[in-house]
Design a binder for this molecule. Structure first.
Ligand code: ATP
Length: 375
């Protein structure tokens, strides 16, 4: 079922929200492409719910404009916007059965024949057999799916989801993430999803806006954000980043790589992955994700292919997680570096105390401005 309701992009221009002297959302320009699954991701209090509520019309912006397509909806009340919201607290009517909960929006609009549409919606969320149950007779995940069906029944242009999976246990959360993604693909409308769970945002969304302190620090596809973070906040929020203090040895020259010194050695990184100034001697932080690093015993360092970034160190801790092993390594470049390896045959010499060399493809290295503090 593809929705033919083409509403255009959601566009926020200069949107901000202050409460007294406190700024919850700093002036923000943001475009959410029509038909995309968009996530607002950030820690508690970063302003993501306030941003969502301004799109819904539940919160009045202090400054700025909300556009749905070409239409300025800033002054429209929530019920006049072609937008619907799903909250964490499903907010189902306990005395109505599932069918009537989903039919509610249609009946309120005076639609007489609701059977076909409700049936389609319940099939969409795979609850066709549960139509005559009351909400308390469903699991949390099923209730959440009813809330989604109820929000979609009037064919909004945009569905806003405010931590909709927050009340579910981890396993159910993972199932519902896939389920919501499937539903969004099927209906084809814009979903804007607020979450503090990076894995959730990365699994579900086409585009993620990482918020911090009332600002969007970085916006991009999940893989782009993970592999090429532009700020230390984004690097650390989206996983382990192994940040190493470094100084530029050779800035952007004819070659596309930048050479830096770190812990007595040199490392390379692609110029287009460096978010720091590249004047010689300039300080920066370089990072690499743990699963991009390989580990060998120092005795075998000669076998490392030419051109790889290398850092020496000593293993201080190891943990085994089924197929993968996590190593913690102290090195002259930095302490507490982490490496995740999926070795079928683990080198038995790679135990705490072992002298090792970490090596990786320079293409996986990113550079961050050590002095930067986006405020
Ligand atoms: P959470 O995940 O905890 O809901 P959030 O990122 O969604 O966090 P918001 O709810 O948008 O954060 O709140 C942003 C900031 O604005 C917070 O510091 C919050 O305390 C503040 N805030 C929100 N609503 C009000 C209000 N009505 N009056 C005063 N401050 C508010």
């Amino acid at each position: 079922m593809t929705d033919t309701n083409t509403g255009g992009d959601v566009r926020l221009t200069g949107i901000s929200k202050t409460y007294g002297s406190f700024t919850a959302v700093h002036p923000l320009d943001l475009t959410v492409p029509q038909g995309s699954f968009f996530a607002l991701l950030g820690a508690s209090g970063c302003g993501k719910t306030t941003t969502l509520r301004m799109i819904a019309g539940l919160e009045e912006p202090t400054t700025g404009t909300v556009f749905l397509g070409d239409k300025d909806v800033t002054d429209l009340p929530p019920y006049k916007r072609p937008v619907n919201t799903v909250f964490q607290s499903y907010a189902l009517f306990p005395h109505l059965d599932i069918h009537e909960n989903v039919a509610f929006g249609l009946r309120r609009r005076g639609v007489r024949s609701v059977e076909k549409q409700v049936g389609e919606m319940l099939d969409l969320v795979q609850l066709g057999d549960y139509a005559r149950r009351k909400p308390h007779q469903l699991s949390g995940g099923q209730q959440q799916r009813v809330a989604v069906a109820r929000a979609l029944i009037n064919h909004p242009q945009v569905l806003l989801l405010d931590e909709p999976l927050g009340a579910l246990d981890l396993k159910l959360r993972r199932q519902m993430q896939l389920e919501l993604k499937r539903i969004q693909t099927e209906v084809g409308i814009t979903f804007i999803h607020v979450t503090h769970d990076q894995e959730e945002a990365m699994t579900m969304a086409d585009t993620v806006a990482v918020m911090n302190g009332g600002r969007v620090e970085q916006l991009g596809a999940p893989a782009e954000l993970y592999e090429n973070p532009r700020t230390t906040f984004v690097a650390n929020f989206l996983g382990t980043s192994n940040l190493i203090e470094a100084a530029v040895a050779e800035g952007r020259g004819a070659a596309s790589d930048i050479v830096v010194t770190a812990g007595g050695g040199t490392l390379r990184l692609p110029a287009d992955r460096c978010g720091a100034p590249t004047t010689t001697g300039g300080k920066l932080l370089v990072g690499v994700r743990p699963e991009k690093i390989s580990l060998v015993h120092a005795d075998d360092a000669g076998a490392i292919a030419a051109g790889r970034n290398q850092v020496t160190g000593r293993i201080v801790d190891t943990s085994f997680f089924g197929v993968s092993t996590q190593y913690v390594i102290d090195s002259p470049a930095g302490s507490g570096l982490q490496v995740y390896e999926q070795n079928i045959e683990r080198d038995s010499r790679l135990a705490p105390g072992a002298e090792v060399v970490l090596h990786w493809n320079p293409a996986h290295t990113f550079g961050l401005d050590a002095a930067q503090d986006i405020q």
